[in-house]
Design a protein around this ligand. Structure first.
Ligand SMILES: NC(=O)C1=CN([C@@H]2O[C@H](COP(=O)(O)OP(=O)(O)OC[C@H]3O[C@@H](n4cnc5c(N)ncnc54)[C@H](OP(=O)(O)O)[C@@H]3O)[C@@H](O)[C@H]2O)C=CC1
Ligand SMILES: CC(C)CCC[C@@H](C)[C@H]1CC[C@H]2C3=C(CC[C@]12C)[C@@]1(C)CCC(=O)C[C@@H]1CC3
Length: 342
């Protein structure tokens, strides 16, 4: 039977590499590339069809950072498919990243140097902003849009896989400020929230046949990392990166390597997976790829609280949206009446 796989943020980086790997694994697959920019989506589709000429590759317009776009895209998915075998929640952003060079050089000579290279703890901050839905952009894109998509598509779903990060950190997340309006680690906070949400989804939905997993791709050279340091700089220091890989297997570096755990999960029976584990893509000093589960630092109770808070926020945004739509209808009627009178 043809399996249907939907991938958000599939037009570049790890998402696109995953598409390549899945098509190589199963040529009968129906892939749906959910992207915000259709030109970039078309380019990705062409690239995939060059290497897999008979592949079924569909495109879906989806901006996960916009409530209206998620709701419209979900309608479209329901019209097109009667089930989604795998939903990869991969789209993500890290806007305006700032590297603290002082902390980086201090870290180089500390006991935490390997940890710093693996997680970027203490050396990376971001500047976030409000989007047009009145939500923090990083939270909306990396977490809430995906949550809404799952809620809309729930009856069609069986497997969810989140692209999280080693940068996800408990101390960056606050339940009182889940959108991270206050701090400067919105990326870390959103990724920790996705880890929690995955656990909550497993607790709430496993009995109904829905399973969720989280992965960490390691440090990968993509548009996201080129936003932290320019691509020429990364190319320049590539020999150093290969050297560092001997000490930390988290420097996966290529999108293909980074997609290792995403691909590995595609081959696993969901019942055999640990809902409290994050599955890491790792690459050894000799360049061998493998997947390793590592326990996440998460409370089950807290994950349930986050789940309820997301449900509340969902209600609120839906109410706001229907009020806005009603207002628009009213003014259209008023405008129509006015033009009729004149
Ligand atoms: N690179 C790394 O080292 C690591 C990456 N990750 C995570 O991996 C995931 C993939 O990122 P990566 O491949 O590195 O980076 P890329 O920037 O190459 O890929 C991100 C993808 O997400 C898409 N995207 C961003 N915002 C939206 C949106 N609002 N709606 C729909 N799609 C959107 C991008 O589309 P567009 O091209 O239009 O911008 C792009 O296709 C992210 O979740 C990231 O946080 C985690 C750990 C490490
Ligand atoms: C000499 C070089 C190796 C210096 C590079 C220093 C930093 C730019 C990087 C060290 C650890 C990296 C890292 C990320 C970005 C680049 C570093 C901060 C991520 C935050 C990228 C996105 C993620 O999700 C996790 C990565 C963790 C490690």
């Amino acid at each position: 039977m043809e399996r249907v796989v939907l991938i958000t943020g599939a037009n570049s980086g790890i998402g696109l590499a995953l598409c390549e790997r899945l098509l190589t694994e199963d040529s009968q697959l129906r892939l749906c590339l959910a992207c915000r920019n259709m030109q970039r989506a078309e380019a990705a589709r062409s690239a995939l069809l060059t290497s897999h000429s008979n592949a079924h590759v569909d495109l879906l317009q989806l901006d996960v950072g916009s409530v209206q776009s998620v709701l419209s895209a979900a309608q479209e998915v329901k019209a097109r498919y009667n089930r989604i075998d795998f939903l990869y929640l991969n789209a993500g952003i890290m806007p305006n990243p700032q590297l603290d060079l002082n902390a980086f050089f201090k870290g180089l000579f500390s006991r935490n140097v390997v940890r710093m290279f693996a997680t970027a703890e203490g050396i990376l901050t971001q500047q976030d902003r409000l989007n047009s839905d009145g939500l923090q952009e990083v939270f909306a894109t990396n977490l809430f849009g995906h949550f809404l998509l799952i809620r809309e598509l729930e009856p069609l779903l069986s497997r969810l896989v989140w692209t999280s990060s080693s940068n996800a950190r408990r101390s960056a997340f606050s339940m009182e400020d889940m959108q991270h309006r206050e701090g400067r680690e919105s990326y870390s906070s959103s990724k920790y929230a996705s880890d929690m949400l995955s656990l909550a989804l497993n607790r709430q939905k496993n009995s109904q046949g829905l399973f969720s997993s989280v992965i960490c791709p390691g440090l990968v050279m993509t548009n996201l990392t080129y936003g932290i340091l320019p691509s020429f700089f990364w190319t320049l220091i590539m020999p150093v990166m290969w050297l560092i890989r001997i000490f930390t297997n988290t420097f996966t570096l290529t999108p293909h390597n980074g997609a290792e755990a995403l691909h590995w999960l595609f081959l696993q029976n969901p019942e055999s997976l640990d809902p409290r584990a994050k599955y890491h893509s790792l690459t050894s000093g000799l360049g061998t790829n493998y997947t390793q589960p590592r326990q996440m630092d998460i409370d089950e109770g807290a994950s349930d609280v986050l789940y309820s808070k997301l449900l509340e926020l969902e209600k609120e945004v839906r109410r706001k949206l229907s009020e806005e739509n009603a207002d628009e209808e009213m003014s259209a009627v008023k405008y129509g009446l006015l033009t009729l009178q004149t």
